[in-house]
Design a protein around this ligand. Sequence first.
Ligand code: ADP
Ligand code: ADP
Ligand code: MG
Length: 505
Amino acid sequence: MTGGADGPISKILIANRGEVAVRIIRACRELGIKTVQVYSEADARSIPVYMADQAVLIGPPPPTESYLRGDRLVEAALTTGCDAVHPGFGFLSENADFAAAVQAAGLTFVGPEPDSIRAMGLKTAALALVRAAGVPTLPDYEGGDDLGDYQRAAHEIGYPVLVKAVAGGGGRGMRIVRAEAELLDAIQSARRESEKAFADSRVFLEKYIENARHIEFQVFADRHGNTVHLFERECSIQRRHQKIIEETPSSYLNVDLRTQMGTAAVNAAKAVNYVNAGTIEFIVDIDDGRFYFLEMNTRLQVEHPVTEFVTGIDLVKLQIQVAAGEPLPFRQQDLSQRGHALECRVYAEDPANGFLPVTGTILKIVEPRGPGIRVDSGVGSGDTITIHYDPMIAKLVVYDRNRVLAIRRMDAALSQYIILGLTTNLQFVRDVINSPEFQAGNTTTSLIERQFANWQPLNVPISDEALIAATISEIRQRPISSTQADPTADVYSPWLRGDAFRIGG
Ligand code: ADP
Ligand code: ADP
Ligand code: MG
């Protein structure tokens, strides 16, 4: 055992915001653990601030002055008497120095050891590491300043190649190159984007798989030598190399391939002595069925709820229990997949305009409810989506016995989801899940580009005032349902009988 102050956890600092903060607070409540929510000036009235037992202001709205200030986060944890810090995802969740600072302060970091984060942090180093552990990877090349070397390497790898940011994440710093003439421009622009996003301009080349699926495996390890996987998540439906619809099980995998990939995922995790929740991302070449390690995300994943539905395991509670030093309460052979789960990420963005993020105030939000429906959200009516943070509003997750039923349930849930005040991708994701290719399970990473490049919303946009007025007048004019209106209808309702429950009669 290294670092940290592992042992019982009674109070956790949540070093994040939004929906993941709400998710962690819920898990803590159920475990009887107190929570401290940090917040920037922009989030003073946010839902997690109200939900947590305590809240601490850490700075102005820009993340570099608040949620990325590791020193302030550690200080807030210490002054409020926390014994652990949960980093969520995004922000400092994959920052090894932050994890180390948390441990150095005598606090438990709810996540892997700093060394494991560091080892997987740079994509090229991670590739070399898992390759040595026998996990399949694609040919890659990382050079220095000589661009001629890249041209030679790309020729050797064979076009198409993908230029990727060494420190990449969230789909940024990536360029597909199909011919040598485009290579140098792609490298330059990927470098610029990467420098801006990650303060690291290094890029590398990787063989690009044209007909591909993104299939990842959830892994979990404790401090007692147990490492398991919790099956796959199919995340091929992406725009700008970032996921928007995820599901499990994957319609592509059979028992054999699932076992092979699961074993490779466990081996990749073991190669960095991994502890806690992590995700091994693979790209699968559907032309020959071979799979290749892309990267490891050393944190909780945005799409973790689909795994929770199908395995029946609360991954956030398990993260906290494992961080407290408890062993995993199951072995690999105890785990199984039951039913089918689907997730749609609900973004404040304009799918008809390059998926550009939009900002604004949510006038009204009505979330769908019902059996097998889960909404993970951190915002409500009146909240504002700002330029400072990720434009994800919520995640809509559904569960049912099989894929067909899960898609129907998702369609019905999306039809009930109302967000007024800003443009969202709700109608877009509904069109995607209702498309023949999605329904047939032919989900590849290029589906959106191939089928939805020129997507337009069905209706010409109308103003929110008009929508509100329309909603109100619709409610007023809604006729009494036919069963209520028909006195001969065979419906029993005590409310329809004047004498049903006369009090004191
Ligand atoms: P994953 O690899 O887990 O599928 P991404 O690659 O999309 O997810 O990266 C994590 C994303 O989550 C980032 O885009 C980041 O900006 C976003 N993010 C971080 N914190 C939050 C939060 N509190 N609420 C919503 N989104 C967040
Ligand atoms: P990030 O850290 O930004 O998540 P990833 O390496 O996970 O970067 O890649 C993001 C997405 O880009 C993948 O899910 C996949 O759709 C696409 N991609 C990445 N590498 C390749 C590749 N070699 N061939 C084909 N598609 C790829
Ligand atoms: Mg990735």
